[in-house]
Ligand binder design. Sequence first.
Ligand code: COA
Length: 607
Amino acid sequence: MGSPNSPGSRKSVTDLRRTGAIAILTLASPPVNALSEALRLGIRDAITAAGEDLEVGAIVVIGAGRMFCGGADITEFGRPWQGIGLGALLDRVEDTQKPVVAAIHGMALGGGLELALACHYRIATPSARLGQPEVKLGLVPGAGGTQRLPRLIGTEKALDMIVSGDPIDGRTALDLGLVDALAAEDRLEAEAIAFAERVIAEERGPRRIRDSDARLEPGRVGLFAAAREAAARRYRGFEAPQACIACVEAAGTLPFAEGLAFEERTFFALMMGEPSIAQRHAFFAEREAGKIPDLPAATPKRPVRRVALLAGAADLAEVFSSAGLPVVLGETATPETVGACDLVVAPADGPMARLDALAGPDAIVALTGAEPDLDALAAGSAHPERVVGLRAGASASGDRLLEIMRGRATAPDVLATAMALGRSLGRVAVATRPGGFIGPRMLARLRREADRLILDGASPAQLARVLDGFGLATAGLGLADRAVASPERDEAVRLAADHAGIHRRAVSDDEILERCLDSLVNEGARLLDEGVALRASDIDVVWVTGYGWPAYRGGPMHWADGLGLPLLRDRLRSRAENLGPDFAPSPLLERLAAEGRRFGDPGRAQG
Ligand code: COA
């Protein structure tokens, strides 16, 4: 039995071989075995071939490389299925007349878990991660996950997994009945084969989840009401969590085939909608941020085992210590302890000679602060090549961002080390050039606009309501708290407005939103023009992971592309006439709008 893919016609993404009575179907589509058209067709052909092979008594499906399967191929979303749809393929797998055993290591996510659920038995390593993360892309599981998972592990647990999108490990999966057995980490294939042989010996045959309704709990109306309420609070503004709940509820109230059809309709409706498009954009933007055109992936990195945070840099303490890195803090720092650290973080205000003396010869020196003048500071160091800038998001502990500023002299291995460090800290690392970190500079523009709107007559509460209504988490941005109303503050605002010759008036909600968002995007365009930001999607990543921008709106630059750049330009131009040159469209925005292009058009990354 060879590969079902005919040689030369397309790259082989599956392998099918036989050991005794067991056919082993290996998914081999690196890096994550995403269920692309080629892989779906490969699985279909292999399952058919194994089903027809009289020597085969059972089939084991296993993943090559790092994982079982990372899910449907997200790059295909937005288009109809080609070849065979995932749902149709999984029906074929479940229909197979011989027992099919999924052997899971690494990840079984989304469509990957759904493939495992269409198999008749599951065996996993303890470290495997099984989950339905579709909700994080603004979707519901689209290939039976919402119908099969509750039938297997019960409605309540399935709701938890599908609505949160968070994976569970192999051991928990065993406890929940999601897998039938655990295998030793390094013996998965052998133990899966042994498992399949036992299934044959015991004549257990195929066991199809679709046929077992015992664990469904359609009568628990309160469970769904509570889930809806909790999701509305926890995922304010997101549609997909509610849609997930509706699909799981349908599993209990509709026959299997109708439940599947309901799920499929819901999936496609969400997939075509703005929120999911925005969340998919954010997913790929995060991955793109790690790629710096002139920094090869193989650039060597320095070890970072110990970190010193000098006085004034303590805002990053949480970032390092929560990842378990030993940290020497300002007050306990001695020349010896700092000298033994691989990374020394200091505020961007002290003389560099002091840092030169304190940091060990191979240490990286990171400067922090809102907008460090990195090149000028590094020029004052005897080792400018080891200097970078570091900055977390608006509320260091509550976000996932690490901005990394690369000076003119920063050495490639220093930049590569800082980027890798960000990832190992569980953060999304975004590279920036001197001229301000992306987040702080745009936030400063937003704050200026918020202050001016209040001078013009908007109330602080109105401002917070409008921006929160858009989905921006203003609480962490120092906008809403600065805007706490009090009679003294009102008086101070009136005086300041008088002083500035501003005639106070009622300001509409639309004006608040437009002025805040338009000026924010315009500042982002300036950062791009100046080469501070590498690409528009990096700005989106900064705002989604670090500054409370709602993922279902993709990021400010993605939002602006959706609005249309000519409209944005026109609004800014007319505001520049009325309110001043702060609103003048950035040269980049003028250019793109004139050419009918978008921020997100490919080919804009600069080295
Ligand atoms: N479809 C298409 N491409 C995918 C993918 C998917 N489901 N999952 C990952 N990739 C791509 C990434 O874009 C990246 O491509 P690149 O190297 O060209 O940038 C590459 O695979 C590696 O992914 P990365 O996220 O960098 O690897 P990781 O080991 O850190 O994480 C996963 C692996 C699977 C956990 C992570 O990629 C993930 O969460 N994927 C999405 C899972 C999901 O939501 N599936 C549901 C879809 S139904």
